[in-house]
Ligand binder design. Structure first.
Ligand code: FAD
Length: 299
């Protein structure tokens, strides 16, 4: 593959931790690497990441900024643009708003977006009382008055798990979902957890979260919320590609080196099955990069 023009050895879509780690690894093999990122993303919006090796606390924004600088220092080209389509003939063509680029390998690290109810004051409390990820922020709810909210059986499983790990002072709010009688009995009578039904409309409090206001004016007092409404993938630009998905036709399946069912296209981070954690995504990025470098050596 020529090392000039808009032709690269690998194009990485999305500056999530997986994409950045892959960029750093590939650039350190002196590969010609392009990283296309539109900005924002779940990691950037995480006020704090508390379970990343080597940092007792780092903001998601600082982690991504440091990763971008590190990648740039090894020669990765970084452009701010939105990828709109990826197609594959002999090589991949990645279409962005401004231009198009080609490479024999593509790593997709475009992440996902949390589904949230529309809540007044969400910005004030996001990551500071209102949480969406047990693996990330569950520990911060230890001993606090906690409300778990969601719209599926997953929320019922979540509330039981959180009671075991973090706090006995816990309640469940279900929106648009009615628990089967057997499960309701277990949660209310055996686990002694209050179950509410209703539509949350606002988070209450000034400095600290004090409660959740429902559409019918009831207030559920709480000091922390763990919300589980699922998420959607940032995968619209992959819709032309034949990619194997999981049983729910949701996440993109990969092998152990993170290569998808379409040879040459790798997927890391929240878009593939597994736990959505920064450190896991970074490891997947490293594994993808090493595999791609080995494939480039064999070309
Ligand atoms: C509030 C919160 C707290 C969290 N706390 C922790 C924590 O404590 N510990 C932890 O390990 N994880 C935490 N996470 C999860 C973590 O941030 C990510 O899920 C994980 O790092 C994996 O990243 P990602 O794959 O989701 O990519 P993201 O971080 O979402 O990055 C994807 C990137 O791709 C870009 N992109 C998307 N579509 C396009 C496109 N079409 N064209 C160009 N670019 C595009 C986005 O702009 C973004 O920059 C938290 C998440 C949230 C929301």
């Amino acid at each position: 593959m020529e090392k000039d023009g808009n032709i690269y050895e690998c194009i990485i879509i999305g500056a999530g931790p997986g994409g950045l780690q892959a960029a750093i690894h590939l650039a350190r093999y002196n590969r010609k690497v392009l990283l296309i990122d539109r900005g924002g993303g779940r990691t950037t919006h995480a006020p704090h990441i508390l379970n990343y090796l080597g940092f007792s606390e780092v903001s998601g924004k600082d982690l991504i900024t440091a990763g971008l600088e590190q990648a740039r220092s090894f020669g990765v080209e970084i452009v701010r643009d939105v990828v709109t389509r990826v197609e594959k003939k002999d090589v991949f063509t990645v279409h962005a708003m401004e231009t198009q680029y080609q490479a024999p390998f593509v790593i997709v690290s475009a992440g996902a977006v949390d589904r949230q109810p529309s809540l007044r004051n969400l910005g004030r409390f996001f990551g500071k009382g209102f949480y969406t990820c047990v693996d990330c922020d569950g520990h911060l709810t230890t001993g606090r008055k906690l409300l778990v909210m969601g719209n599926s059986m997953n929320a019922a499983r979540l509330v039981v798990g959180m009671k075991k790990m973090y706090t006995d002072d816990i309640a469940l709010l279900l929106t648009d979902y009615v628990l089967p009688d057997d499960d309701r009995q277990i949660i209310e009578e055996e686990e002694n957890i209050t179950v509410y039904s209703g539509q949350p409309v606002a988070l209450l409090g000034e400095e600290e979260l004090e409660g959740v206001l429902l559409a019918d004016d009831r207030v559920i007092p709480c000091r922390a919320v763990m919300a589980g409404f699922g998420w959607r993938l940032n995968d619209g630009f992959l819709s032309d590609l034949p990619l194997d998905r999981d049983r729910e036709n949701f996440k993109i399946l990969t092998g152990s080196s993170n290569e998808s069912s379409l040879p040459g296209l790798y997927v890391v981070g929240a878009m593939k099955p597994g736990h959505s954690q920064a450190i896991i995504a970074a490891g997947q990025g490293a594994a993808a990069a090493i595999d791609i470098n080995n494939q480039l050596l064999a070309l």
